[in-house]
Design a binder for this molecule. Structure first.
Ligand code: ADE
Length: 418
């Protein structure tokens, strides 16, 4: 079995952390029990490009329990947990190609190594696997029956592939399930981003001016949690509706040009390029802290910052201090890569439980319907989404009310008013 990981000796440590994560993933564990009996994925090869974390290990084990043969590469050069990669290779016999800190060339070599194993289904986070498959490895496309996509950024890329008529197989947009984005993007990103910033800097958030660029589900989560830590949160947006929501959620809203002058900590979560650029770095306060928690490292114009820089030094792990020609210091965290996975451990297991339940059930759904789905980007079927919400509540020992017959009738009628 081929693989490329940092150090096989880390496997024991990885295994303990995976065990810990699985304790908070009851929905996925239940699916794994069923998969072990039913083997719905027997004979299926799945190529996955995901953040290599303890939660992803639990996902890989579930797919294997269902009878699939899985291979895994990283969906970001800085997000791999090397001990998890080692454990997956040693204990689960999963071919893993991922090393934390790999350069771009190795990152793409690893994607190609997964494609060399000829996947029949792809499981992607950011659509790099799908993009390489369609561009450089298109000879393999005839083998691929379907795929899933984990994140907002990936879905935007896939929809543009579908609109351009180049997408060659159906893909389920896991991100768009309610049990995914309302929890993972909001509470997961909210907590893990703050966690990453604190681990990288050990700065006090209380009383700081914390600028959140982008008020999608991820931005909302970060804004909410930064406020919870006592920060004065400023939101920047381009969408009037989201900006209005931020205002009515009680945040200050202003253009980044103004926020740049007053912020202490900046975090981008927009999915767009150069959200913070030279004009903004130039006016920032001495010592400002800047990071990104969006999928790609394009949100901060780091080449622009470099061109204004006199010197730089790694002042702490994951904290690079740039000294500008104007004498000011700007601290960039995690090379502008998603800070929650670069400096912390990504989203906590209990939200990934729902995200990854959506992943495995979507793959099972596609396997059952192979060849009958037209080539499009699909939502997760509503029955799967609802079932995951129900199962999650059940595993939390929380019961809810059910509609009475009278209430159902009332909701179905239009005649009855006051
Ligand atoms: N994306 C964000 N957090 C993650 C995690 N813990 N595992 C896998 N993918 C993630």
């Amino acid at each position: 079995m081929g693989h490329d990981i940092k150090d096989p000796k880390l496997a024991k440590h990885g295994r303990l952390r995976i065990e810990w994560a699985k304790q908070s993933m009851p929905v996925l564990n239940r699916i794994k029990e069923r998969f072990t009996k039913e083997k719905p994925l027997k004979g299926i090869r799945i190529g996955a490009c995901l953040h290599v974390t303890t939660e992803t290990a639990a996902l890989m084990e579930t797919l294997k329990a269902g009878g699939a043969r899985v291979s895994l590469c990283a969906s970001n050069p800085l997000s791999t947990q090397d001990d998890v990669a080692a454990s997956l290779v040693k204990h689960d016999k999963v071919p893993v190609f991922a090393i934390k800190g790999e350069d771009n060339k190795v990152y793409y070599d690893h994607i190609n190594a997964v494609l060399d194993l000829k996947p029949m289904f792809t499981m992607d986070d950011g659509a790099d696997l799908v993009s390489i498959l369609h561009s450089e490895r298109s000879e393999l496309l005839s083998l691929v029956k379907g795929g899933t996509e984990e994140t907002t950024t990936g879905i935007i890329r896939l929809r543009s592939m579908a609109a351009a008529g180049v997408l060659k197989y159906p893909i389920i947009a896991v991100n768009d399930a309610n049990t995914k984005h309302l929890f993972d993007n909001r509470y997961g990103t909210g907590q893990s981003t703050i966690d990453g910033i604190i681990r990288a800097t050990n700065r006090l958030l209380a009383g700081s001016r914390f600028v959140v660029c982008g008020y999608g589900w991820c931005g909302r989560g970060v804004a909410m949690r930064a406020r919870g830590m006592g920060a004065n949160v400023i939101v920047t947006e381009v969408d009037p509706l989201k900006a209005l929501e931020a205002v009515m959620d009680g945040f200050s809203v202003m253009p980044i040009k103004e926020a740049a002058r007053i912020g202490d900590i900046f975090c981008t979560l927009t999915g767009n390029v150069n959200v913070i650029g030279k004009a903004h770095f130039r006016v920032m306060k001495d010592g400002a802290i800047v990071c990104n928690s969006g999928h790609f490292n394009v949100e901060l114009d780091l080449p622009g910052l470099q061109s204004m820089t006199k010197s730089k030094r790694q002042i702490r792990p994951f904290t690079m201090e740039y000294v500008l020609k104007n004498g000011k210091r700007i601290n960039v965290l995690g090379d502008g890569r998603l800070i929650n996975l670069a400096a912390a451990e990504g989203h906590p297991s209990s939200v990934m439980d729902m995200s990854f339940a959506n992943q495995v059930l979507s793959i099972e759904y596609m396997v059952k319907r192979k060849k009958t789905l037209p080539v499009e980007v699909y939502p997760v079927p509503a029955v799967i989404d609802e079932m995951i919400a129900k199962d999650k509540l059940a595993t939390m020992n929380i019961s809810i009310d059910i509609l009475t017959r009278e209430q159902k009738k009332y909701l179905a009628s239009w005649e009855m008013g006051t």
